[in-house]
Design a protein around this ligand. Structure first.
Ligand code: C2E
Ligand code: MG
Ligand code: MG
Length: 757
């Protein structure tokens, strides 16, 4: 259709243009033939005029006529005129007197009154030859009048030729046009014009007779219809040709649309389907031509795009390491399960599973190994999935398991099953790596009615499990508020560091056995304007999780070093201990910061002790060790805090650059009542000494414990018995009041030692 319409239009326009041109041409030709006919007629009339003149001049020279005229012999005149007109073939011969009145004439002159001929001569009295016409009844004469001189002019001789049918026929024959003679009231214009005659169109030209006073003219005309006759045939031919051409074009267009447009349409439709993301149907063009090749390439492209789209979709919904559904995919699956559970009035349980201590695997064995461990763990879990359960990998070390139609007690059982599967560990090469999963559980409908809430609550329960060092924890209502509070704390911490809300207390330490004040531990406090007084346990874990702990540590370090300098200025030479978090041991700029602060405050590096817990170091042991070595090289002392509560052994600590070991207060506080704790404390002291470490006991709440520790060789002690954490000023006055006291009976110890030996 698209092809045929413009072609038909073009053809019509061409046809119209050709016809118009031909029509114009025919008309021009007709006009030309009239104009030429007009010239021929003029020439014809002029020739007849010249003939007339010659004849009339001969007549005027006739002596007999002159004599008869001079003597007014009308009979003779008439005879001469008759004879002469007969001789020259004139139809009319006259003699007019000087006034123009007919004196004699050929027989047919009687029709006019004698005075009616005066028009044939120039003005009476003149002597000019005059050509004119004379209308007598139906007859028209072409006349010529010359003066008759004898020897003076005595009158006029006039000869006339009748313009009869034979003249008209010869004019018609000469011009090939229709010729007529007419008289009209107005003089004829010498140009071709068009008239309508009984519905037909005629071209007409009037050629006036020379000197005609009656406006006699020869009318030449041509029928346009007749002139157009050859053109009409040509036009019919053109139209027939046009119709045939159109039919041919239509057939050609049908053929083209069958062979070209159809495959193009099929390809266009297929491209449209692909644009809208539908890659299902292949293009069905099986011809052997270019379209067949194009369709084959198109199908290949469709398959490639479809594969790529599937790959991209898969990648967008799956974790690259384990190929398990990722967070957004799991969230969608969970939402679907919730809707299904709502419809069937059942439960859905969500398990948030996190593998602990994976950082140390990554730092010791590398990230590839850690990825392999994760993949193996995923495979173990996948292999043990029940029908309908969906496992997803939602964070580096985090998985989510969706268990449809599962209530809380079944969820706990499933979590324990997963715990024991993972707890069995995975084998990487020849190494068996123990996994430490912690699992949080949330369930629909009791803990939320949408995927986001359930996932968040399961994750909160899992964090709870981490904090409480339990394997499986079920979400409890209200824990969300706790996390909102934690979030608030994290948000406000940065601002608080700029204000006085965060301050430091110092807990004095004494050396044993002499009881001398030897240093203080910096313990941070936060007086939150709305949440009130916050202990480090309230905000340190949150700050660690959010990463803001690094700023807090730097703040405490800078302030503690400055206090140390102030104490020094007040005459109290003291060490200061600052606690570090795991994140701090990833901060490679920490040693430079410490060095700079010490220099700025002019505090010797050995006065600063940094306390780290076993777990802190173990998280990324290689990196931690390199940072601790830098600090040791600066001259800073390193103490292992809360010793005994972590998962390391003394042997594992031998690679860490340590100076001091701080036994956790949980062993110290009741060591006098608990033999086992006492044994742990005493053994630890001995082992630490073997490793060349000083021992500090924290949590000393009574004097007997102090003595016992002193007797066991513990070098320093800290605890409520000596002092609670104090402000800097309070600590200074405590120091001033403090009376050192010896807590060890050396003799007793020597005796005991001798007994043992
Ligand atoms: P820690 O380093 O083991 O600090 C000792 C904790 O035991 C302090 O609690 C202290 O007040 C408490 N304590 C001292 N003597 C006794 C005693 O005789 N009996 C009892 N029951 N407790 C005693 P605090 O100040 O609440 O600090 C708790 C923990 O917060 C600290 O344990 C430390 O791990 C962390 N922390 C405190 N300040 C900072 C800090 O600036 N940075 C970091 N990263 N952690 C800090
Ligand atoms: Mg400490
Ligand atoms: Mg401690």
């Amino acid at each position: 259709m698209l092809t045929i319409v413009p072609l038909a239009m073009a053809q019509l326009v061409t046809l119209f243009a050709v016809m118009q041109t031909v029509e114009n041409d025919v008309e021009n030709r007709a006009r030309n033939s009239l104009a030429i006919g007009g010239n021929v007629i003029e020439e014809y009339l002029a020739t007849r005029g010249r003939q007339l003149r010659a004849s009339v001049e001969v007549l005027a020279a006739d002596f007999g006529l002159k004599q008869a005229a001079a003597t007014s012999d009308s009979i003779t005149m008439r005879s001469v005129l008759d004879n002469h007109s007969l001789r020259v073939g004139a139809d009319l011969a006259l003699f007019l007197n000087l006034e123009g009145l007919a004196v004699a004439g050929t027989t047919n002159t009687t029709a006019l009154s004698t005075s009616g001929y005066s028009r044939l001569i120039d003005t009476p009295g003149s002597s000019n030859s005059t050509q004119s016409t004379l209308v007598v009844g139906e007859d028209i004469y072409q006349t010529f009048a010359v003066p008759l001189n004898a020897p003076v002019q005595i009158g006029w001789v006039v000869l006339g030729f009748r313009v009869d049918d034979s003249v008209i026929e010869s004019m018609s024959a000469l011009t090939g046009l229709e010729v007529s003679v007419s008289t009209s009231s107005s003089p004829a214009s010498r140009s071709v014009y068009t008239i309508e005659n009984s519905g037909a169109e005629w071209l007409r030209l009037s050629v006036p007779f020379v000197g005609s006073v009656d406006n006699v003219s020869v009318i030449l005309q041509r029928s346009m219809q007749e002139a157009m006759l050859p053109y009409v045939q040509a036009r019919r031919g053109l139209i027939i040709f046009g119709v045939i051409l159109l039919v041919f074009v239509a057939i050609a267009a049908a053929y083209v649309s069958g062979t070209i447009a159809r495959p193009v349409r099929i390809l266009t439709d297929a491209a449209g389907r692909m644009i809208s993301g539908n890659y299902d149907n292949a293009v069905d063009v099986s011809s052997d031509d270019e379209f067949g090749n194009l369709a084959a390439s198109f199908n290949a492209m469709r398959t490639a795009i479809s594969d790529r789209a599937q790959r991209i979709t898969h990648q967008a919904l799956h974790d690259p390491v384990t190929d398990l559904p990722n967070r957004s995919n799991i969230s969608r699956c969970l939402q679907t399960e919730i809707i299904r559970a709502k419809d069937s009035n059942t439960n859905v349980s969500v398990l948030s599973i996190r593998l602990q201590r994976m950082n140390s695997i990554a730092s010791t064995l590398g990230y590839n190994a850690s990825d392999e461990v994760i993949t193996l763990a995923a495979k173990h879990m996948e292999a043990n999935l029940s029908p309908g359960e969906i496992l997803g990998h939602v964070g580096t070390y985090e998985f989510v398991l969706i268990i449809p139609e599962c209530d809380q007690s079944n969820a706990v059982a499933s979590a324990e099953r997963i715990g024991s599967i993972l707890g069995a560990g995975v084998t990487l090469g020849r190494i068996n790596i123990t996994l430490h999963p912690q699992i949080g559980i949330a369930g629909f409908p009791q803990h939320g009615d949408n995927a986001a809430d359930l996932l968040r609550n399961a994750s909160i329960a899992r964090s709870e499990a981490e904090t409480r060092q339990e394997h499986v924890v079920v979400y409890q209502q209200g824990r969300q508020e706790h996390y909102v509070r934690q979030l608030r704390i994290v948000n406000d911490l940065r601002g608080a560091l700029q204000s006085d809300e965060i301050f430091i207390n110092f807990q004095p330490k004494i050396s044993l056995p002499d009881g001398e004040f030897c240093g203080a531990e910096a313990l941070v406090r936060w007086n939150h304007p709305e949440l009130g007084f916050l202990s480090p346990d309230d905000f340190i874990p949150a700050a660690e999780e959010a990463g803001t702990i690094v700023h807090l540590t730097r703040h405490v370090l800078a302030r503690s070093i400055r206090y140390c300098r102030e104490w020094q200025e007040q005459g109290i030479t003291s060490r200061v201990s600052v606690n570090l978090s795991a994140r701090d041991l990833q901060d490679e700029y920490l040693p430079y910061f410490v060095l700079q602060e010490l220099k700025e405050q002019n505090v010797p590096a050995h006065r600063l002790t940094l306390e780290i817990t076993e777990n802190t170091v173990m998280e990324n042991i290689n990196h931690a060790i390199s940072i601790l070595e830098c600090l040791r090289d600066i001259g800073v002392k390193i103490s292992i805090d809360d010793f005994g509560t972590g998962h390391s052994s003394l042997a594992q600590l031998k690679n860490i650059p340590l100076h001091e070991l701080k036994i956790d207060k949980s062993f110290i506080m009741n060591m006098l009542d608990d033999e086992q704790n006492a044994a742990i404390v005493l053994t630890t002291i001995q082992l630490a000494h073997h490793m060349g470490l000083h021992v500090v006991a924290e949590g000393v709440e009574d004097e007997d414990t102090l003595r016992r520790l002193s007797e066991a060789g513990c070098e320093q002690a800290q605890g409520y018995f000596l002092s609670k954490p104090l402000s800097s000023d309070e600590m200074l006055s405590w120091c001033r009041k403090h009376k050192p006291k010896n807590y060890r009976n050396r003799r007793l110890e020597k005796r005991a030692f001798a007994k043992k030996a």
